[in-house]
Write a protein that binds this ligand. Structure first.
Ligand SMILES: C[S@@+](CC[C@H](N)C(=O)[O-])C[C@H]1O[C@@H](n2cnc3c(N)ncnc32)[C@H](O)[C@@H]1O
Length: 368
């Protein structure tokens, strides 16, 4: 959850947000950047559609928000990388500009990196071991020419950006505070995956093209607040691109699938399933990040959804997620013990556990 206090410039966040949003971005983005670049220079773009203020407050501490994290985590490899930060609110936009300007001026400091290699020297006639820096400390300043900070509604501004980044890999971070428009996803999806005639672009293997990743902060809270209101038709039309009748049908379908597959589910699971199904029009891999917390009305949870058509990006995502999610200790433990670590993917583990659960449930039912 995020909120801004009246007398404060910065957005306030909770610990959960830090873990699931920032820790994930901090570890995923450098790898995304490195993998895309390889040894060659390659144009690529990072788009923060709801950029906020650049810094956020966690308890009484100021930490980097998403846009400054994007600058910091790519600082060592920023050639040909284009940044787009969009913020609708006038004051926050100006705060963001100030913070980005300061960061570009001061730069990011990277300390010496020491390797394991040590050299032995003589000191007062005795052998003495010192560690050798692999990389010397440095300050890296982002180039302001590569950063566009735009004020306005991301749904309107995205068209121009999509034209500017045509045919280059892009990572979109979509992080609203609550409800946001399905139209934004639709514009990205139609532009990146469909041609002028409305035909899906496919790669040489006949699969959906890659080079587009979305990381969405999905607001279960917004749904909880609106699903029983009189205006729910308008709400769902905006958030899912479906009116209430369409939603009801889709929820029913999701429920029958869960029952058929003998899966346990909550109301939350059905709403997120419908959303994921819509995203699958554009993406082969649509993964919800498991969030620590109770999925109840009293305790709304944080849900992040990752979308990609690239298997490597998907595996990278899952590995990062597993590492962040403390509930997945068992998987990590088993992977460590596994003889073929590469083959022991979280996806396989999850499928195995799901089957195991279904068998357990089946036998329990038979006995009772
Ligand atoms: C959760 S905050 C963003 C936090 C930021 N991504 C971070 O992690 O540091 C959501 C921001 O989106 C902005 N916003 C809301 N609707 C928007 C829209 N349609 N277009 C652009 N920005 C919007 C809000 O003013 C708010 O600053």
């Amino acid at each position: 959850m995020c909120y801004v206090l009246q007398d404060e410039k910065l957005i306030k966040i909770e610990e959960k947000t830090k873990i699931f949003k920032y820790e994930f971005l901090s570890s995923y983005i450098p790898m995304w950047n490195k993998i895309l670049c390889g040894n060659k220079r390659r144009k690529r773009a990072l788009i923060d559609t709801h950029a906020g203020t650049g810094k956020v407050k966690l308890n009484d501490k100021e930490i980097y928000g998403s846009s400054i994290l994007f600058l910091e985590k790519t600082a060592l490899k920023q050639e040909l990388l284009q940044f787009y930060f969009i913020e609708k609110d006038y004051d926050k936009y100006h705060t963001l500009r100030e913070i980005v300007d300061k960061v570009c001026e001061k730069g990011f400091y990277f300390p010496d990196v020491y390797g394991k290699k040590t050299i032995v020297i003589e000191k007062s006639g005795l052998p003495y071991e010192i560690k050798v820096p692999l990389y010397n400390s440095k300050v890296k300043r982002p180039n302001p020419d590569q950063i566009q900070i735009l004020r306005g509604d991301c749904v309107s501004l995205i068209d121009n950006i999509l034209e500017e980044i045509k045919d280059i890999p892009a990572f979109f971070f979509i992080d609203p505070c609550g409800k946001f428009a399905w139209e934004l996803i639709e514009k990205i999806g139609e532009n990146r995956f469909f041609d002028q005639q409305g035909k899906m672009k496919l790669n040489e293997q006949g699969r959906k093209i890659d080079g587009t990743e979305l990381f969405i902060n999905f607001s279960w809270e917004a749904i909880l607040r609106n699903k029983n209101k009189d205006e729910k038709d308008k709400f769902f039309q905006e958030m899912y691109g479906l009116n209430w009748d369409g939603m009801r049908e889709a929820l029913k379908r999701a429920k029958s699938t869960k029952i058929k597959n003998r899966e346990k589910f909550t109301e939350y699971d059905l709403y997120i399933e419908v959303y994921k199904e819509k995203l699958q029009k554009y993406f082969d891999f649509v993964i919800e990040m498991s969030i620590v917390g109770v999925k109840s009305e009293k305790n709304p949870i944080y849900a992040m959804i990752f979308c990609s058509n690239n298997e490597i990006a998907k595996n990278l995502y899952e590995n990062k997620e597993v590492a962040l999610n403390k509930t997945k200790k068992t998987y990590l433990y088993l992977k460590e013990k596994s003889l073929n670590k590469k083959e022991f993917t979280y996806e396989k583990y999850r499928a195995f556990m799901q089957n195991q659960k279904s068998l357990d449930e089946f036998f329990n039912k038979e006995i009772t």
